[in-house]
Design a protein around this ligand. Structure first.
Ligand SMILES: *Cc1c(COP(=O)(O)O)cnc(C)c1O
Length: 478
């Protein structure tokens, strides 16, 4: 399997292999990598995978799916990496992504039982093992520099802790993450993990990361890399749980299911799109947003309008608070018949000049729903509170704020006879304040996180200054 950029000219023959793009972020032309074509899963293969999943487990299914996208890691090595990643010890349950029934036709797929209690562990844990493997093979090192407002940073740190050849420098806005999230990150004592609390907001952190990455000499000298959600390997790892959810909800390949996905940067639901393109019988992909409804607006109207920081809302489902959706370009590439020049014009020119583009009048836009199965909806703070309360009262099940957004929107798109699987993206303990607001009680806390807030913390406070972070990195790289 070879990969191309979403901004590649139609006649371009530039292609890369998996391990080349693994450690890279954006393509040099500013686009995102996608497989040259989507591998097709036949009915016979789907039947075989169903048995593989039920009899051999999630890791073996992951190996099967990943093998279609990776041809430059020997099969035995890839299988070992999957087996090392998807274990009951790491994900708290042998099923890895158990499906639970809510009500008639509505299911919840639990993706949040990994080390940081958010679905980002599903991909990040694999990424940690892939990075360590590939860096050792090359005899190289990598310094991951990132900015986080919560889930991404902790998932990256728990994936990379103790890994050979990798250091993590994670910036976060001082005092702005939930106490639980701060405790998760700052209590890590691993030598290769560096927490940097910045006096500023998340955008300041992101600006610092950009400034450092734009200093090409520094970037090269210190081997600076990223693990953000545009990394293809993360998206690819997420494809697996769409198959696993399907095999749990159905008995035969003749059945279809739909998925409802709490969405921010469009990484999670884009993996569903890839699974659907591979031939997984998915009826609809329901994109759920919170008040930051960039994506819902697009799927309703064809207008993609990036928000400024002034009209990006701080909500109680903060991991969906986005001003633009960094993975969305991947879907637009497919929607426009893989016309890289046109994608480049939209994302490079139109967005830069006008902050928006409008596909509403383009015949291709209608295909987002008819051919690709996309639907969307929006949820507000009041919806979240009501959904969390109703779900707890009716089913005795506590769901987090992001998952609640998707449950709310999923109910509006239920079709008779088609199971709707809501992806659970975090556990409620991560967003305790809103749970208390909805239920009048604290969320359940997994035993291993008892007393985490009282643990010693390892964090360096810093002004919002790119030079300060450069100095820090230089001092901590031998
Ligand atoms: C990251 C995240 C999301 C959004 O996922 P995308 O892939 O960016 O769409 C939703 N919920 C939670 C809890 C998250 O951490």
């Amino acid at each position: 399997m070879k990969y191309l950029s979403t901004r590649a000219a139609t006649d371009s023959t530039e292609r890369k292999r998996f391990c080349e793009i693994l450690l890279e972020g954006l393509a040099p032309d500013g686009g995102l990598y996608l497989p040259e074509s989507y591998p097709q899963v036949s009915d016979a293969t789907l039947t075989r995978w169903r048995t593989v999943y039920h009899e051999q487990g999630y890791a073996e299914l992951a190996f099967e799916v990943l093998s279609l996208f990776i041809d430059d890691i020997p099969a035995d090595d890839l299988r070992a990496l999957c087996e090392k990643t998807y274990t009951a010890a790491v994900f708290g349950t042998g099923e890895i992504v158990p499906l639970r029934h809510l009500e008639n036709g509505l299911w919840l797929e639990a993706l949040s039982n990994g080390p940081t209690l958010a679905f980002k562990d599903m991909a990040m844990q694999l990424l940690g093992n892939l990075f360590e493997y590939e860096l050792a093979r090359r005899g190289e090192e990598l310094n991951i520099l990132g900015a986080t407002s919560g889930d991404t940073g902790s998932a990256a740190e728990y994936a990379m802790r103790g890994k050979k050849g990798v250091r993590v420098f994670m910036t976060s806005p001082y005092g702005r993450m939930s106490p639980f999230q701060q405790a998760q990150m700052f209590s890590l004592m691993d030598e290769n993990i560096h927490n940097i609390a910045v006096d500023g907001v998340f955008d300041d952190c992101q600006d610092m990361v950009k400034a450092v990455s734009n200093d090409l000499a520094f970037k090269r000298k210190y081997k600076i890399g990223t693990v953000n959600s545009i990394n293809w390997a993360r998206l690819m790892a997420q494809v697996v749980y769409y198959f696993a959810g399907y095999f749990q909800a159905t008995k035969t390949n003749a059945e279809q299911v739909s998925f409802a996905v709490p969405s921010g940067n469009f990484g999670n639901v884009c993996a569903g799109h890839v699974a659907r393109m591979m031939g997984l019988p998915i009826d609809n992909l329901v994109v759920a947003t919170n008040e930051n409804d960039v994506l819902d607006e697009f799927f309703r109207t064809g207008v993609y309008r990036v928000r400024g920081s002034a009209d990006t809302h701080e909500t109680s489902s903060p991991s969906m608070d986005i001003s633009k959706a960094s993975n969305f370009e991947r879907f637009v590439f497919d929607l426009l018949g893989r016309d890289g020049a046109r994608v480049k014009a939209l994302f490079d020119d139109a967005l830069a000049q006008d902050g928006r583009f409008d596909l509403g009048a383009d015949p291709a836009f209608g295909q987002a729903a008819t051919r690709y199965g996309f639907e969307s909806g929006k949820s507000t703070h009041a919806d979240r509170l009501a959904t969390i309360k109703a779900t707890f009262e009716r089913f005795g099940m506590m769901i987090d704020t992001h998952t609640a957004d998707a449950v709310k929107v999923a109910r509006q798109h239920l079709q008779p006879g088609v199971p709707m699987i809501v992806l659970e993206t975090a556990l409620p303990i991560k967003f305790a304040a809103t749970i208390v607001e909805a239920l009048g009680r604290e969320p359940d806390r997994p035993a291993k996180f008892e007393g985490i807030e009282a643990l010693p913390k390892r964090v360096t406070r810093m002004a919002a200054d790119a030079d300060a972070v450069k100095n820090y990195i230089a001092q901590h790289c031998p």
